[in-house]
Ligand binder design. Structure first.
Ligand SMILES: [Zn+2]
Length: 116
């Protein structure tokens, strides 16, 4: 068996394992969310899951403008409103805003939330 054939066969085997690994990852992620929900309830808090496609980094926390693209290497950006946004800080402010709007029929209602 040539090197290319062996590599091709290994890739094929890896692809066969992919659904199994994905299923395993979903189980682990589900357990993590369950644990976070439990701990949140324990401390009288509410766990809120924000939609994975919510543009928390690309959305200006000051005016709500959403950029079309924001490459990962861009850590700071200036909005059309004049706000200078630090990527992670802006992200945190947007997620905080989403959390505060839950239950108030906010503009970016999360896909799901856990309320006890
Ligand atoms: Zn702005």
């Amino acid at each position: 068996m040539s090197y290319l054939n062996r590599e091709s066969q290994e890739n094929h085997t890896s692809l066969k394992l992919l659904p199994c690994l994905l299923s395993r990852f979903k189980l682990v992620a589900g357990e993590l969310i369950r644990q976070l929900d439990y701990k949140a309830s324990w401390y009288g808090r509410v766990l809120i899951q924000v939609d994975r496609f919510f543009p928390s980094s690309k959305r200006c926390h000051a005016c709500g403008h959403v950029l079309d693209k924001l490459p990962l290497e861009v850590r700071e950006w200036d909005c059309v409103c004049g706000s200078h946004n630090l990527r992670d800080y802006n992200n945190a402010l947007n997620l905080l805003a989403v959390g505060r709007t839950v239950g108030e029929g906010g503009f970016n209602k999360p896909r799901s939330m856990h309320l006890n």
